[in-house]
Design a protein around this ligand. Structure first.
Ligand SMILES: Nc1ncnc2c1ncn2[C@@H]1O[C@H](COP(=O)(O)OP(=O)(O)OP(=O)(O)O)[C@@H](O)[C@H]1O
Ligand SMILES: [Mg+2]
Length: 1005
């Protein structure tokens, strides 16, 4: 209702008819519907009943955001929606562990099926899921397109009209996840298989198969891609419908069948049956008067193959009838009419039973297979035809309207019961509600021996010349005196004018309906000749063997009539629903032309009447219009009374009492229950709501000032807090860096000391002084050994004995220096450059040049290595030698000096942190002898740089950068080298003119 989360738009009219002041006025009711419909507000409540008007357009109120909005929220906190009903049922199921059901009713085209799909989608998306649950969710969702293909058709009222009633259980485990489902179908309109009214179609599947089926498939089924070819598809003269795309629907259905668990063979057998129905329709009769014969045998050939039966036997069964005379079985020929109706009866039986088989198959796929988890809760969805009143009403309407009487009965019982229970729970005295109890009409239809169904069955079974008219006479004799039953003969003059002589009228709770008795007996008998049944029992099609059971033949009892079967299934349905807590969705269709935005008042008034909505409202309003839990009521209205504002600290009920007394509620206007306040009239609530609106303005100014102060203050505090946090964090980083540096320095000194000490004491027994040294020697030897082991057992070469292990005396000055260099390398590169770890185990050498190269001995180099030099503009790579002498680094090409860099002029050295071997020697740009910084690449970059650092005394001038290095090209121009990690080493000139280096990733850092 007017709760806080609602926007002004939601307040168009009233969201709950219970709040209509003039609740008995149909005009006020319809006006409220109209106002809301104009604003695209298609949903309105009557208490917990949801009234829904088909918008005939996409409203964009069914997305995930909307689902989230309704999840776990109270009914009255958000605007009315089908999701609110779905969520409410789900929550009641979980918290009260009571099974729920949602009953959806309304005329054809009012949106029942759409509503049930929305509910299913809501559960599929919002309920918890696991892998198994996902499969079940998919199957639940995919069962719809399959059932719709086989059970829905285009009618004048609805392009996708469900021609069967459907009850579906969704089973949830204790975690609230859907784990299974079960479907019960009611009364498929089989007659549609053989006949359609003008402008209507047969069931979708026929057209889908013909339009969408692959060429191969159609050839196997003997079908042509043209619906006009099939008698059963052209009766309504409407094979194509603009709103339906049979071809794409075929794909959806085909996929859904797979999701549900059909294998290819089963699909083929199913389609064989569908195709055989089309062939049956094309079976033509001819021959002499009185004994029909089949004129073309192509159909029979296909039928024999598709149905898996003997063609000759089938032909005989389609033209003869088996009779028993004097204990002997005889085949008596059928005339043309009889033969056609035998054929049509077979088509209907085959299709109808296959549909039931399909439902069973889906049920098998939806069944909760987890044996350990049989203890589930259930939400049932009932999508069933609402009251139907046509110009001419027949057996089907009789059944459907009987079903609606039963549902109304259930509604009365359950609503009144729950109202009464709530009153009791709240300790409020029950006031009897005046309402019409339609039990009397239910009895008229279903009572044993005396009810209409019993009389109909009797006429069907009785020997002699029973006909539809004798049935009508029998009715007059038996129930003629019933207050809700009239016939032409029994009616007064006025009624007689609007009734045919072959009609009877039932005064349903929702209104009067005249039924024409023509066809009642045939439809109730629903007979299939015995010999046709026998043929089908011999079928080799696996589906048909399940549909036509041989036991049926030996069973001498007559099969139950259609009406009795329906009555029995309804009784079962009532039992199922009775054990559950119901919610109701009442669907209304706004116009007959399937148009958006058109509100046809006459049509709607009719539906409001036949849906019994005014009666719903009367029952709901019999007691109190509004009830809310104390905490909710107090929370909303506490600002209206000084004692309860801003907070009430006593008992909730006392708070509410204080509040309503302050507001001046009169004693007859409300009652206090145990946990709820009950308000009798909407106007009391509206007055309170108005008071709140006024009060809000006053409060708002005050609140605003308070809020502004509060928000400024909290803003400031937030800023201050952040500043302190940043400072502390930065200080921490600095301190940690300092500590690390100190630790490293101390470590180096300690190791160096240990090394020297160890060297001096190397001849002694192992003792703390030489421990480090001996370990180091041993370690280097072993690492070296690992790499130089003999390749096979015959190889007698073995690395030089472990001098360091046995006789450390041989350790040369070279080794000592070498180790010193290694230590420096570690200081510079450890944890900073990716390829440092690889260098650790390799000895540093003084030359890397091969002996075959030019003689460079004249340079007196301390270190020599082959490098690649990149020129600064085109980055062309050239092989050079880098020599380190006492005073300078020299770059040599083929023994000739190309460039000399005095150590004094070396500003610094840059190298990347990655695994590449590039480095830059920086020289002052104003040095005219130099043409800019030097870019070099060495395969032994750690060694090379360590040597340079030592020779040039630049240990602290090596800059290891991440990302890129800048260098000067000369005359103040700059260049950049970009480093990235990649799979292999690559040095190229990038489009932006930079030198781009990709260094391989190494795992060793
Ligand atoms: N909530 C909705 N939003 C948009 N369109 C809707 C909605 N509900 C129904 N429709 C439209 O109305 C058409 C008919 O709805 P639906 O098939 O659900 O009717 P029905 O009550 O199941 O009828 P029948 O009794 O013939 O099966 C739908 O195909 C759709 O185009
Ligand atoms: Mg439907």
């Amino acid at each position: 209702m007017m709760e806080s989360a609602l926007t002004a738009r939601d307040r168009v009219g009233v969201q709950d008819f219970v709040l209509l002041e003039n609740y008995t006025s149909e005009a006020a009711f319809i006006e409220n519907l109209r106002k809301r419909f104009k604003e695209n507000l298609i949903y309105t409540y009557i208490g917990s009943v949801l009234v829904s008007v088909n918008p005939y357009k996409d409203l964009e109120i069914y997305n995930k955001n909307h689902m989230e909005r309704y999840r776990g929220v109270n009914f009255y906190e958000v605007s009315p929606h089908i999701y609110a009903v779905a969520d409410n049922s789900y929550r009641s199921m979980r918290t009260e562990r009571k099974d729920q059901c949602i009953l959806i009713s309304g005329e054809s085209g009012a949106g029942k099926t759409e509503a049930s799909k929305k509910i299913l989608q809501y559960y599929a998306i919002t309920c918890p899921a696991s892998e198994h649950v996902q499969t079940i969710k998919d199957r639940l969702l995919q069962s719809n397109p399959v059932l719709e293909a086989f059970g829905n058709a285009k009618t004048l009222r609805n392009d996708n009209s469900s021609r069967f009633g459907k009850y579906m259980d969704i089973q949830f485990d204790f975690k609230g996840a859907p784990v299974g489902g079960h479907i019960i179908n009611y009364l498929l309109e089989k007659s549609r298989v053989v006949h359609q009214n003008h402008g209507e179609r047969n069931f979708h599947i026929f057209y889908q198969l013909i339009e969408g089926g692959e060429e191969d498939l159609l050839r196997r089924l003997g079908l042509e891609r043209n619906p006009q070819q099939y008698h059963y598809l052209v009766k309504g003269n409407c094979p194509k419908v603009s709103s339906i795309n049979d071809r794409s629907d075929w794909k959806v259905v085909r996929k859904a069948l797979t999701v549900i668990g059909f294998n290819d063979d089963e699909v083929e057998e199913l389609l064989n049956i569908i195709a055989s129905v089309l062939h049956l329709g094309n079976v033509q009769y001819g021959g002499e008067e009185g004994s029909a014969c089949i004129t073309s045998d192509t159909q029979i050939k296909y039928l024999a193959r598709l149905l898996g039966v003997n063609g000759a036997v089938l032909t005989e069964a389609l033209t003869h009838k088996k009779i028993t005379a004097k204990g002997e079985e005889l085949m008596s020929p059928l005339n043309m009419d009889q033969a056609s109706s035998a054929r049509d009866a077979l088509s209907k039986a085959v299709y109808g039973r296959t549909f039931t088989w399909l439902v069973n198959k889906i049920n098998f796929s939806l069944a909760n297979k987890d044996e350990s988890n049989k203890n589930y809760s259930v939400i049932g969805l009932l999508d069933i035809y609402g009251f139907e009143v046509f110009q001419n009403n027949s057996f089907e309407q009789f059944c459907i309207n009987y079903c609606n009487e039963k549902l109304q009965q259930l509604f009365i019982e359950l609503t009144l019961k729950s109202e009464q229970e709530e009153y009791e729970a709240e300790g409020i005295t029950w006031e009897p509600v005046q309402y019409f109890n339609n039990k009397i009409i239910c009895d008229l239809v279903e009572e044993k021996f005396k009810g209409i169904i019993s009389i109909l069955d009797e006429e069907c079974l009785r020997p002699g010349d029973a006909s539809d008219l004798t049935f009508l006479e029998k009715l007059e004799d038996t129930v003629g005196g019933h207050p809700h039953f009239v016939t032409h003969k029994l009616a007064d003059g006025k009624t007689r004018k609007v009734m045919g002589r072959d009609e009877f009228r039932l005064q349903h709770y929702a209104g009067d309906v005249n039924y024409n008795v023509n066809g009642f007996l045939d439809k109730n008998n629903d007979l299939l000749f015995r010999n046709l049944k026998e043929v089908m029992c011999m079928s080799e099609n696996n589906i048909l063997t399940q549909c036509f059971d041989k036991e049926e033949l030996s069973d001498k009892k007559r099969p139950e009539t259609a009406a009795t079967q329906f009555k029995t299934s309804l009784a079962k349905l009532m039992e199922i629903l009775m054990s559950k807590e119901p919610s109701y969705v009442r669907c209304i269709k706004p116009n007959d032309s399937k148009q958006a935005g058109r509100f046809d008042e006459v049509l709607i008034r009719h539906q409001v009447k036949y849906l019994g909505l005014m009666e719903n409202l009367r029952v709901r309003r019999a007691g109190f219009a509004y009830r809310r839990r104390y905490e909710v009521f107090l929370q909303r209205y506490k600002s209206l009374c000084p004692e309860t504002w801003p907070n009430w600290h006593g008992k909730l009920s006392d708070g509410v009492s204080t509040l309503v007394k302050h507001l001046g509620y009169k004693p007859e206007e409300y009652k206090m229950g145990r946990s709820k306040i009950f308000i009798r009239f909407p106007k009391t609530l509206f007055a309170t709501e108005d008071a709140l609106e006024t009060r809000k303005h006053g409060l708002a100014t005050k609140l605003q000032a308070g809020w502004k102060g509060y928000s400024q203050k909290s803003k400031y505090q937030k800023l201050r807090g952040s500043a302190i946090a940043i400072q502390a964090w930065w200080r921490g980083i600095l301190a940690r860096r300092r500590a690390k540096r100190r630790r490293q320095a101390a470590d180096t000194i300690r190791r160096y000391e240990l090394f020297i000490k160890g060297f001096i004491n190397r001849h002694k027994e192992r003792c703390p002084e030489n421990e480090y040294f001996l370990d180091y020697v041993r370690y280097s030897f072993l690492t070296n050994l690992r790499k130089n082991l003999p390749k096979n057992v015959l190889d007698k070469s073995w690395p030089t004995p472990p001098a360091a292990l046995t006789e450390v005396g041989q350790l040369t000055v070279f080794m000592e220096l070498h180790m010193e260099q290694k230590m420096i390398a570690s200081e510079i590169f450890k944890d900073k450059k990716d390829n440092y770890p690889q260098s650790v185990s390799k000895l540093f050498l003084n030359t890397r040049l091969s002996k075959a190269g030019p003689d460079l001995s004249s340079f007196w180099a301390q270190y020599a290595v082959t490098v690649t030099k990149y020129d600064r503009k085109g980055y062309k790579a050239r092989t050079r030698q880098l020599l380190l002498t006492a005073n300078s680094a020299i770059i040599v090409e083929e023994g000739k000096l190309k460039q000399r860099i005095d150590y004094g002029a070396l500003k610094g050295i840059s190298v990347s942190s990655l695994s590449d071997g590039l480095f830059v020697l920086h020289v002052p740009s104003d040095d005219n002898k130099q043409k800019g910084d030097v870019i070099l690449q060495s395969e032994h970059v750690i060694e090379t740089l360590t040597k340079i650092a030592i020779c040039a005394d630049k240990i602290n001038n090596i800059n290891i950068s991440q990302g890129s290095i800048q260098f000067t090209v000369g005359q103040g121009k700059e260049g950049v080298i970009d480093f990235t990690a990649g799979s292999e080493l690559l040095v190229t000139k990038a489009k932006n003119g930079h030198l781009s280096v990709t260094a391989p990733r190494l795992n060793s850092r």
